[in-house]
Design a protein. Structure first.
Length: 90
């Protein structure tokens, strides 16, 4: 089997930050949150959380769903797998 190491690198970089790991864990417990809710629950800055969510989405870890004026976020199956991986290496 041949691996696409650049793709793997993009995914790993997508979750290699403590804020992003906290977001992943939160979205596992409470899916469909929007940025302001995530920022409030994690005591984080709105802009910072929004930037991290963008990186998680690019890596295919989080999907975004428009609901009127707000965008809801939830984990993908990749996000679930990453959370399991992180718990194993913890």
């Amino acid at each position: 089997m041949e691996y696409n190491f650049r793709k793997i690198e993009r995914v790993v970089k997508g979750f290699s930050n403590h804020w992003r790991l906290r977001i992943i864990e939160l979205l596992k417990r409470q899916p469909e949150l929007y940025v302001a809710e995530i920022a409030e629950l994690l005591n984080g800055d709105f802009k910072n959380i929004s930037a991290h969510l963008g990186k998680l989405a690019i890596a295919g870890i989080v999907i975004k769903r428009n609901e009127g004026n707000i965008i809801r976020h939830k984990l993908t199956t990749r996000g679930d797998a990453i959370l399991k991986f992180v718990r194993i290496i913890e």
